[in-house]
Design a binder for this molecule. Structure first.
Ligand code: CUA
Length: 314
């Protein structure tokens, strides 16, 4: 089994790709420099004093008390340093997290253990969230079950997704690309496999993607795929998954209308290949223990038919 389709992608805050993330990274860099200088000064003085004033025999050191000038200096210096850090922090906060003044461009909903994205157009996506480049987007965060935390460090700040209490953040991608993120709040047994990837595309490509998402699933023609489609409707699949255009399905689990276009399964736990999809259908609990996808006890033929059907969903 090839677990961990996303493990090769680093999730890190040191390569900001948006003005919001850059403000946060700059603040981190400045704070690190200031704190590093203080650390170097203090440890340097300790080492110097240990060497310079080490005891020669048992002589008592000269006893002194108080030094007004020194005491004023080491009171004022930290105040100035902290005041400077406060200024930097307020500046970074207003650059990365200005007030939200309009409706969301996308609503992202945390589920145990995957992310759902809903666009005002009606388009839906799971785990792979497409956005247009060069535009500050309002992202609204919700949760259906427990507290999750949405974090795509290259594109913006992190924020909790709390049930019953929606919040919004700004997110932007300057350049086309795929940006990795993860759930950053422990949310149950599969917290680690709640990856997210933001696919940033030019506004034209994004509009094309969005139009395509709104299109219903194509009707299968090939024999195995037709059998798979019938099976999908007859079994418990439709109790959780929807497929656009079939008139069936619920929304407790990822929408499968265009499932074959996704790059991973199970919020990043497997790459989305026909072989891995078969494996996933046969043993979801072995691959992602505790997830809400049950083992449907499918026969090999049923798995093959379902995979044939799902592969048509583009
Ligand atoms: Cu969702 Cu951790």
């Amino acid at each position: 089994m090839r677990a961990g389709a996303f493990t090769g992608i680093a999730v890190g805050p040191f390569d900001p790709q948006s003005p919001q993330a850059a403000a946060i990274a700059d603040l981190f860099g400045s704070a690190l420099l200031i704190c590093g200088a203080v650390f170097a000064l203090v440890t340097g003085l300790v080492v110097y004093c240990v060497l310079r004033f080490r005891a020669n025999g048992a002589r008592e050191p000269e006893q002194v008390e108080g030094n007004t000038r020194l005491e004023i200096a080491w009171t004022i210096a930290p105040i100035l340093i902290l005041a400077w850090l406060l200024v930097l922090t307020v500046r970074a906060m207003s650059a990365s997290d200005p007030p939200i003044d309009r409706d969301p461009d996308v609503t992202i909903i945390g589920h145990q253990w995957w992310w759902e994205a809903r666009y005002p157009s009606g388009a839906v996506a799971a785990n792979e969230i497409h956005v247009p480049t060069g535009k500050a987007l309002v992202v609204r965060l919700e949760s259906t079950d427990v507290v999750h935390d949405f974090w795509v460090p290259e594109l913006g700040r992190k924020i909790d997704a709390t049930p019953g209490r929606p919040t919004s953040i700004w997110m932007q991608a300057d350049h086309p690309g795929t940006y990795a993120g993860t759930c950053a709040e422990y949310c149950g047994v599969q917290h680690a496999w709640m990856r997210i990837s933001v696919v940033a595309e030019t506004p034209e490509k994004f509009a094309e993607w969005e139009r395509h998402q709104l299109a219903p699933a194509p009707r299968p023609t090939e024999e195995a795929a037709v059998r798979g489609a019938t099976l999908f409707g007859a079994m418990t699949c439709v109790k959780c998954h929807a497929i656009g255009g079939t008139g069936e399905g619920a929304r407790f689990a990822p929408d499968l209308t265009h499932v074959a276009e996704r790059t991973t399964l199970g919020a990043g736990v497997l790459p989305n290949t026909p072989a891995d999809l078969s494996h996933w259908l046969q043993d979801p609990q072995g691959i992602k223990t505790g997830c809400h996808m049950p083992d449907a006890q499918l026969s090999d033929t049923q798995v093959a038919d379902l995979v044939a059907y799902f592969e048509t969903l583009r």
